[in-house]
Design a protein around this ligand. Structure first.
Ligand SMILES: *Cc1c(COP(=O)(O)O)cnc(C)c1O
Length: 953
């Protein structure tokens, strides 16, 4: 007997749904002889890559983990006292295992289908409640990407709200973190705002300023009383934004009390690891009066069809997907999962716990200050929360060296200052080690400065927080681990995720997020690294990011990548700023028009606007393609001012436009650059590429094509790739060696954005190899065309390519059902009764559903989805025949267990049919936890914090 000893089938076979037999059956259903043939009929020959991707060979899951453990070991986990917005924290085990490492939470999508998302909506409402409580503000959103971009969003909101339209100056305190200043510079450039830096105590304020920003505690750790400054701002009509450390607010007077108009910051130290820069959730809180100007997602309480409280995203008319170029910001993907973790940290610890943690951090800092002063050091902050600023004079270098020898990182300024930020993990032993170093270097004995067991607070009474915090019962109810575990589980159970069924959201690529890809994310060598740790401690990260960079360049055909942008929309903004700078550098600063097809995703026009560019919309023809004559006409009309075209490929209609190369060259002829929105990269990898097509810049949604889970609305990563001529303009970062003169300022707080999740995409690429990645694309196209073959008899498919093929997604036209009173949203809600999440509703065409199966779904699941869709189609026909437009299976959907089990039943259809419309639904029933939610009620009666408990009875 001969035995094959080669490695057994690889990861690709598990990632890709259909096996050999299924593939054959699906090809037959489509009516095509082979997968190769299908691809030939789908992707125009002119844009096909001529040779396979040059990538390292595929590794098995086991090989990958072993090699990655070696890479990880090149990161040195030092104790971090660097601070500067990132602090070590203790992730409660029950949160780590049951949220961060739990696909029931991390594979959820943004809660657009609120009836099957009440769990995360409640968790996000807890987050908002926590933020409004600690900041003292009236309303908060459910996260932004990071502290620095949140500060930039605050500036943009203040700018939008200014009453004096001549006012274009923004006061920036000298003492904010450097990365935030850098991100503000980028945003100021696009807004046309002049930043005026100064000391808040002495700065002259005037009416040409529309806003001001200070940090609390300040960048060097000092806690200032901003009351006077705030009053002076308001006298001049200047709105004040405060960047505040959320943990400090448990002991400091909240910014609302000294008149802040906006408060922003990071929630990282609420139980979210530093992750070498991210992901973590930033928060944004303000006055209710500004609710319509707030950026990002806001969760609000409304009522369902039974009149019971139910949550959903509120005030969506502010957002990019509705408002497009007039949106309050371009935020789409935010940091939902991390916001959920931070909110749960407050639920876990409760008011007393949070206060105790904050007080202990402060106490240790005070004790350390005292000890260092006893050793003769000058500690410059008279009042502080967790950060000391020490003038080390001549001793700075010796301290630095001794600290490194002891595996400690402090923050070192250019002058003789050293700062030390303590955190939740700091112990008395840690203090003793720090003291020993400072003593040794000063030639003193550490015994002279034993930290006191009890110290006086170093916050003046006027700045101490009075009154209670986190008073809502949710923060006091779940303190035993059993209670906490069950609370987390009860919320998870309300939410439909990829652990239940396919989520066929077009344009969102809800593919498999493999467990092996996720495992390294929580390895300490990856997650316990400060983003500004010295380069020689992060060899593992540099190798990992380097390998990913190289692979993405090969896949896209680009010359270089920037990993700063934390979402696709941030990638768009970064890419457009790069293009803007390129034109300016060539003496063509007047190029400020961006052509955007009418079918574009809402973030495209929103990003163009925040990049300070003007949007001109290009029409689409009846086949869903860019109307080339219209494009040519508009490119010619704006030839002198053309900055760029933003184009999604394959188009948001799911079609590989044949004329894309011509389209790109038209733009180039008129001096513009081509920005490709890479959200649909899953239909390109290995078969074609943005570089080949002629794009100059492209973002990749690593949380779509490259397997980072969506986390219920984030995290994401939107790195941008650029062609050679744009490389010099890629964003720099103050924590990195100076970029070239042409580089734009930072677009994110951290130099590699949410570096901690890059390992997921790295794993995917390494385990798939060139062949597996290309197959993923081929199978994504197979699965989509199979759905088309099965569904087209029941739903008109809106667009297809020349050979009748769709790309990796397709649009089902539901507009004809309106005659029977059936809206596309009714179909979406009815799908919940069948156990499915709806496809994308009304994007890019109103009244339609866009379906994207991805390569990861096996035929069986695709069939179940088809049966559900076909079942609903039959129900629509029944409704049409019976003529009851208001009380029918679709209008009353979704059906909760409570409704089905009710003792009264007066509806003209059977309960069985409502709850178990198909046989297999019975086995896998997912019960929506609330009935249809009333959207408008919630916006009219806005409530964005946890409702008082009695309102539930
Ligand atoms: C998802 C998507 C975006 C936005 O990406 P985010 O990461 O959510 O900011 C932009 N364009 C298209 C076509 C998309 O599908």
């Amino acid at each position: 007997m001969k035995i094959n000893t080669l490695p057994r089938g690889g990861f690709a076979e598990r990632h890709i749904g259909p096996g050999e037999m299924e593939t054959a059956a699906m090809l037959e259903a489509i009516g095509v002889s082979s997968l190769d043939r299908l691809i030939e009929e789908t992707i125009p020959a002119a844009i096909r890559l001529k040779k396979p991707l040059d990538l390292p060979p595929a590794q098995t899951e086991d090989e990958y983990l072993r090699r990655t453990a070696q890479i990880a070991s090149r990161n040195k986990v030092f104790k971090s006292y660097i601070g500067q917005g990132y602090y070590d924290t203790i992730v409660p085990g029950v949160i780590r295992r049951n949220i961060l490492e739990n696909p029931g939470w991390y594979t959820q999508y943004t809660p657009y289908q609120a009836e099957i998302a009440q769990g995360r909506l409640e968790a996000l409402l807890n987050f908002q409640t926590m933020v409004t409580d600690l900041t003292g503000m009236e309303i908060a959103n459910a996260s932004l990407l990071d502290e620095s971009t949140a500060a930039a969003e605050a500036m943009a909101m203040q700018f939008a709200l200014r009453t004096n339209k001549e006012a274009n100056a923004y006061f920036v305190s000298d003492d904010i973190f450097p990365q935030t200043l850098d991100v503000l510079k980028t945003r100021a450039a696009s807004l046309g705002v002049t930043l005026l830096q100064g000391d808040h105590r002495s700065a002259e304020l005037h009416g040409r300023m529309f806003g001001a920003v200070v940090q609390y505690p300040a960048g060097n750790g000092e806690v200032h009383d901003y009351s006077d400054f705030s009053a002076r701002c308001h006298e001049e009509g200047i709105k004040l934004s405060v960047i505040a450390d959320l943990m400090s607010l448990a002991v400091l007077r909240p910014p609302s009390e000294f008149g802040a108009d906006v408060v922003v910051g990071s929630t990282q130290r609420f139980g979210v690891p530093m992750n070498f820069g991210g992901p973590h959730a930033a928060y944004f809180a303000t006055r209710e009066a500004y609710k319509r100007a707030i950026p990002g997602r806001i969760i609000g309480v409304s009522v369902d069809a039974e009149g019971k409280p139910a949550m959903r995203m509120a005030l969506q008319t502010r957002e990019q997907h509705i408002r497009r170029e007039k949106a309050t910001s371009n935020i789409c993907t935010a940091q939902a999962l991390l916001a959920i973790m931070a909110g749960m940290y407050a639920v876990y610890h409760g008011p007393d716990g949070i206060k105790a943690i904050a007080l202990r951090i402060h106490g240790l800092a005070a004790a350390l200050s005292e000890a260092l002063e006893r050793l003769g050091y000058r500690q410059l902050n008279p009042s502080f929360f967790d950060t000391l600023c020490i003038d080390a004079g001549q001793l700075k270098e010796s301290i630095h060296k001794d600290a490194v020898d002891n595996e400690l990182n402090f923050r070192y300024f250019d002058n003789s200052l050293v700062s030390i930020s303590l955190d939740e993990t700091t112990t008395r032993e840690d203090l003793e080690l720090i003291i020993a170093i400072f003593a040794r270097v000063a030639g003193r004995r550490a015994e002279e400065a034993v930290p006191a067991a009890e110290v006086e607070a170093r916050i003046p009474a006027s700045l101490q927080r009075a009154g209670k915090l986190l008073e809502h019962p949710v923060f006091s109810r779940h303190h035993s681990e059993h209670e906490m575990l069950r609370y987390i589980k009860s919320l998870e159970n309300k939410d439909l995720s990829l652990t239940h069924s396919m989520i066929p959201l077009g344009s969102c690529t809800m593919k498999l997020n493999a467990t092996t890809e996720m495992l390294p994310v929580t390895w300490p060598e990856f997650c316990n690294i400060h983003p500004f740790a010295p380069t020689d401690q992060v060899g593992g990260y540099m190798q990992l990011i380097g390998e990913l960079d190289k692979a993405l360049c090969e896949i896209t055909g680009f010359a270089a990548f920037s990993f700063q942008p934390n979402s696709g929309a941030q990638g768009e903004y970064a890419g457009l700023m790069v293009i803007r700078e390129y034109h300016r550098d060539r003496g063509e600063a007047g190029r400020d028009v961006v052509l955007i097809p009418s079918s574009a995703h809402g973030t495209n026009p929103a990003s163009a606007t925040i990049a300070g560019l003007k949007v001109v919309v290009v029409r689409c023809d009846e086949n869903g393609n860019i109307d080339v004559p219209d494009l040519k006409e508009k490119a010619a009309a704006h030839s002198d001012s053309l900055a760029a075209l933003m184009v999604t490929y394959p188009s948001t209609h799911g079609v590989f436009e044949e004329r894309i190369i011509e389209i790109c060259s038209v733009i180039h002829e008129h001096g513009g650059q081509v920005y490709m929105d890479g959200a649909n990269m899953n239909a390109q990898v290995g078969l074609t590429s943005p570089g080949l097509i002629g794009a100059d810049v492209c973002h990749l949604n690593l949380h779509k094509t490259f397997c980072i889970p969506h986390g219920g609305g984030g995290p994401g990563m939107g790195p941008i790739g650029v062609a050679e001529h744009l490389v010099p303009y890629l964003p720099g970062h103050p924590a990195l060696p100076p970029a070239g003169e042409k580089a734009i300022h930072a677009v994110s707080a951290a130099p590699w954005g949410s570096a901690g999740i890059l390992v997921i995409s790295h794993a995917y690429i390494r385990m798939m190899g060139a062949g597996g990645l290309t197959d993923a694309t081929r199978y994504a196209i197979l699965n989509a065309n199979y759905l088309k073959a099965r569904l087209e008899k029941h739903y008109p498919i809106l667009y297809a390519g020349r050979n009748g093929r769709v790309g990796h997604e397709m649009i089902l036209d539901c507009r004809a059902f309106k005659a029977s009173g059936v809206e596309v949203s009714d179909i979406a809600k009815r799908l919940m009764d069948y156990g499915f999440h709806a496809p994308t509703v009304s994007f890019p065409v109103a009244g339609t559903l866009m379906v994207e199966p991805t390569e990861s779904e096996p035929q069986e699941e695709l069939d179940r989805f088809c049966e559900a869709m076909i079942g609903i189609r039959a129900e629509i026909d029944e409704i049409a025949a019976e003529g009851n437009k208001t009380v029918n299976l679709l209008k009353m959907a979704p059906h909760t267990a409570n409704v089905i089990a009710s003792d009264q039943w007066d509806r003209p259809y059977a309960r069985q049919k409502a709850a178990f419309p198909l046989d297999w639904v019975r086995d896998r029933k997912f019960w929506p936890s609330v009935s249809r939610i009333n959207e408008t009620y919630g916006d009219r009666n806005l409530m964005c914090t946890c409702p008082p408990p009695d309102s539930y009875s």
